[in-house]
Design a protein around this ligand. Structure first.
Ligand SMILES: Cc1ncc(COP(=O)(O)O)c(C=O)c1O
Length: 340
């Protein structure tokens, strides 16, 4: 009943096996390893993007901060949702690495809308030299509220940004979960929808610790490489990062792992609703149910782990996240413990 975060899961056996295998013998360092060449080829194939370039880092915060720093000038505004991970959970890393300012765009359930984004765009950069200029757009999918943008919703937002000449970033810490939830292809969810740079999550979905920065516009590749080194994220033994992503993207492993996480999320959502909890839209693996007072204590006494969140008067709210390793038995035990 470990539903605090998909980060509390271990690494998938296929990923561990790939890392162990890559430990054999010697290989070139700093990204010149043989596996990294295969990773680039795989990313290009999976994303149907023959020009794409990928750089590996160890955390999602680094992927986001470096993506933003390489696409937004220090006098720029990064338009992101009010509750974006880059705004609330990265200790200012995107601002530190880019020098840019985050401009928060509201919207229900973690999603900005064309209207809220258009409003923010129209109110920024109009003060001449005295204010920050419009810099770039950053979206998250799966969103921080557990909802999912469809490719057409992403396109509607990137169209507004592109009309102002702005590059667009997608924080895909849970990108595979978003693909499984929507049925979209990687290409449809990214460059075909106007995304220029993607933080491709691996860690939450069964990797040991690796994320990719995927650049669909290779013009920024060298800058990103220099910034990664300067940020201390160029690993000498890059082969261990590359081995993880190679196994992850091979034969659809990443989608199988995400499909399990999402299926368990949906099993949890319907079981919760059947017991009278309110479950806001949660098509992937992250749920924010509301239930009656006393439920938190009862679940924790039974050994369940989750985050307690602020809730309206007379209610309790939790954050529940399923992962690739969540089983039906975990979910059913939780649902049994939920019963008064
Ligand atoms: C939406 C989102 N983006 C990025 C991250 C990456 O975080 P980390 O730097 O902990 O790997 C997370 C992790 O919680 C996340 O939820």
């Amino acid at each position: 009943m470990r539903f605090a975060s998909d980060n509390t899961s271990g690494a998938a056996p296929e990923i561990m096996a790939a890392v162990v295998k890559s430990n054999d013998g010697y290989d070139r360092s700093y990204g010149a390893d043989a596996a990294m060449g295969r990773v680039t080829a795989l990313v290009r194939k999976v994303f149907q993007a023959p020009q794409a370039v990928v750089h590996l880092v160890a955390t999602g915060t680094a992927a986001n901060a470096l993506s933003i720093a390489s696409h937004c000038p220090p006098w720029g505004a990064v338009f992101c949702h009010t509750h974006a991970h880059i705004a609330e959970d990265e200790c200012g890393a995107p601002e530190f690495f880019s020098g840019a300012k985050l401009v928060l765009v509201p919207g229900d359930q973690g999603k900005m809308t064309p209207a809220t984004l258009a409003d923010a765009l129209s109110r920024t950069g109009e003060g001449g030299v005295h204010g920050v200029q419009r810099g770039m757009l950053s979206l998250t999918n799966v969103t921080e509220a557990g909802t999912v943008y469809s490719p057409s919703e992403i396109k509607a937002l990137t169209d507004l940004a592109k009309a102002r000449g702005l590059p667009c970033h997608l924080d895909g810490a849970r990108f595979a979960n978003a693909l499984v939830a929507t049925g979209a292809t990687p290409a449809e969810m990214t460059w075909q929808a106007g995304i220029d740079v993607l933080s491709l999550g691996g860690t939450k979905n069964g990797c040991l610790g690796v994320e990719g920065v995927v650049l669909f516009n290779p013009e920024k590749a060298w800058e990103l490489e220099l910034r990664r080194k300067r940020a201390g994220h160029l690993f000498s033994k890059n082969r261990f990062l590359a081995a993880q992503i190679e196994a992850y993207l091979t034969d659809g492993l990443w989608l199988r792992l995400a499909a399990q996480a999402n299926a368990m999320g949906q099993r949890l959502a319907s079981g919760l609703a059947a017991q009278g909890a309110t479950v806001p839209d949660a098509p992937a693996n992250m749920l924010f149910p509301l239930w009656s007072p006393g439920t938190h204590d009862r679940l924790e006494a039974a050994g369940a782990q989750f985050y307690r969140l602020f809730a309206p008067e007379g209610r309790e709210r939790a954050r529940l996240v399923t992962s690739w390793s969540t089983t039906a038995a975990d979910v059913d035990a939780f649902l049994a413990a939920l019963q008064p």
